[in-house]
Design a binder for this molecule. Structure first.
Ligand code: AMP
Length: 216
């Protein structure tokens, strides 16, 4: 089975959602670089202070900083059983640094799974995303709203929106994806690692397709 996975795709394509579902089924470590940065920013660490301006404006944190952070994370024991990289790599340079870091650990990527959806749907999803600041549960105003507007079903705390999910910043993140990250599709095709999943369907069906892809 393929266990060292990259989830590729534009913001809002469902990488985080399906990584959370798959990691529970297959006991994989879920490494979301965006989530790590948001936590570092919240905790006002040195890394958080460096990353803040890039993350909040929808820009990219410099390659060396992200690659070093991921390489360190991949050395933790929960990654020995396999991992999902969600939001990394995002540039060709990061993909090369990742390959090198894994080779040094006698490891490699088994598959890069591409999630796709059209721009209109992506922007709709991104600008309607909300989450609970207490438990982290994700909601979407259009597709998976809370029972009570706009409070967490479990904590009853008011939901918040990510600073980079405003329409303007979401559009610029999509453009950045096309310029910097989309070339990774060719990169992983050449490495014979690319698989595609249509993430527009119902969640259980997409999860089933994902499980099939990694078992092939
Ligand atoms: P995400 O949660 O994946 O949408 O990431 C949120 C933000 O974190 C991005 O818009 C970037 O500013 C930053 N970020 C996350 N992953 C990376 C990466 N691999 N390279 C550079 N910046 C990143």
């Amino acid at each position: 089975m393929k266990r060292n996975l990259i989830f590729l795709g534009p913001p809002g394509a469902g990488k985080g959602t399906f990584a959370t579902m798959l990691k529970e089924k297959e006991h994989l470590a879920h490494i979301s670089t965006g989530e790590i940065f948001r936590n570092e920013i919240k905790n006002q660490t040195e890394l958080g202070k460096t990353a803040k301006k890039y993350v909040e404006s929808g820009g990219l944190v410099p390659d060396e900083i992200v690659a070093a952070m991921v390489s360190k994370r991949l050395g933790e024991p929960d990654c020995d059983n396999g991992f999902i990289l969600d939001g990394f790599p995002r540039t060709i340079k990061q993909a090369e640094l990742l390959k090198k870091a894994l080779a040094e650990k006698n490891s490699k990527i088994d598959a890069a799974i591409l999630f796709e959806a059209d721009d209109e749907l992506l922007l709709k999803r991104l600008t309607a995303r909300m989450s609970c600041p207490k438990c982290g549960k994700d909601y979407n105003k259009l597709f998976s709203p809370p029972k009570n507007k706009w409070f967490c079903d479990d904590c009853e705390v008011e939901l918040t929106q990510r600073k980079d999910d405003t329409l303007e910043t979401a559009k610029s993140r999509l453009n950045l994806y096309k310029k910097e990250t989309a070339p990774l599709v060719e990169f992983y095709k050449k490495e014979n690692l690319l698989c595609s999943v249509n993430s527009d369907g119902e969640k259980p069906a997409v999860l089933k397709e994902l499980q099939k892809v990694i078992k092939e």
